[in-house]
Design a protein around this ligand. Structure first.
Ligand code: PMV
Length: 326
């Protein structure tokens, strides 16, 4: 049996940083994200005849033994959960460079989860798929449901799942991803998060998240871009403050990141409703409504040092595709 899944990357408006439980990958706090239309992973999984071994191929990229191990670990977990023993051939391709803080692990593990269950011919509810994806990479659970997604931290593995808050066409929010450094990030999110409790500010951050989630939900209901943007920037700065005060300090910004963080409020003062957010890398996501995109891209043209710009709409969640990769 062969099954192909496509899953979007997602950008977090309220970030996930730090686990409550390392093995179960349950988070310290709730997080909220938007699925990205132009940054996605396609994965085809085929079950193999008896006696063959699992294989993983990353198309258009070098093979990374660590990533291969992590992928096969996720496959083993799904096999155990599903009571299956079939070996599989996995071929996967990203529409965007990996390891740049554009959440390739989110789209990757979401597509893998859907494709492995699909190839086994096993149906799971959306909630169950989000839990299985979370065990591969935390943020992957947010790439399963449609559109704008809330991952509830929960109290246990079964209660830590993601669900859609609003469908992708609810609000024409855009994510203008500004690539300032296309190379792989130096410290993985998993390694970085393990040190979260060495920051004197982590408890403060965790305690401040529920109020931001509430304000974000109000902003969504009103479709108030200024209220939403204020929450997004606040949460981004809160997460990076924790990262930068960990031991050892983790600073994902570079000079271009800081330049853009200074320009965005100036553009706002000039009347453009645009806000920044940054994940575990130097690249900057600019959040606006669709009517502001041309103003933002025009401003970006005047900034030296930008490598490329990817304009994303909000996208549906993980889904089946009939275009197999092999
Ligand atoms: O699930 P991971 O290990 O890719 O962690 C994602 C962490 C951030 O991108 C920094 C924040 C987030 O919520 O996506």
């Amino acid at each position: 049996m062969k099954y192909t899944a496509i899953a979007p990357a997602n950008i977090a408006f309220i970030k996930y940083w730090g686990k409550a439980d390392e093995v179960l990958r349950t988070p310290l706090n709730d997080s909220v994200s938007m699925n990205l239309s132009e940054a996605f992973t396609t994965t085809t999984v085929e079950t193999l005849p008896d006696g063959m071994s699992d294989t993983v191929t990353f198309l258009g990229e070098e093979q990374h033994p660590d990533e291969e191990r992590r992928v096969l670990g996720a496959v083993d977990r799904i096999r155990r959960e599903a009571g299956m023993s079939d070996r599989v051939r996995i071929v996967t391709r990203n529409s965007f460079p990996k390891g740049i803080g554009a959440a390739a692990s989110a789209s990757g593990f979401a597509a893998l989860t859907l494709a492995v269950y699909g190839a086994f011919g096993i149906r799971r509810t959306e909630k169950e798929l989000t839990i299985a994806a979370r065990l591969g990479s935390g943020s992957a659970c947010r790439s399963i449901p449609d559109g704008f997604v809330l991952w509830e931290k929960g109290e246990s593995s079964d209660t830590s799942f993601a669900r859609s808050l609003y469908p992708h066409d609810y609000w024409d929010l855009m994510d203008i991803l500004v690539i300032v450094d296309p190379t792989r990030k130096k410290v993985s999110t998993s390694a970085g998060m393990e040190q979260v409790r060495t920051s004197p500010y982590w408890k403060e951050r965790v305690a401040s998240v529920p109020d931001r989630v509430k304000r974000l939900l109000d902003a969504f209901e009103q479709k108030d871009i200024h209220a939403l943007g204020a929450v997004i920037e606040e949460d981004c700065l809160s997460m990076h403050h924790v990262m930068q005060t960990q031991e050892p300090p983790l600073d994902y910004f570079n000079g271009m990141t800081r330049t853009l963080m200074e320009l965005v409020p100036q553009w706002r003062a000039g009347g453009i409703a645009v806000f920044f957010t940054i994940d575990a890398g130097p690249n900057v996501h600019l959040i606006s409504e669709s009517r502001s995109v041309s103003d933002v891209t025009r401003r970006l043209e005047g900034v030296k040092g930008i490598r490329s710009v990817i304009v994303n709409r909000c996208a549906p969640g993980a889904h089946e595709s009939h275009d197999h990769l092999f």
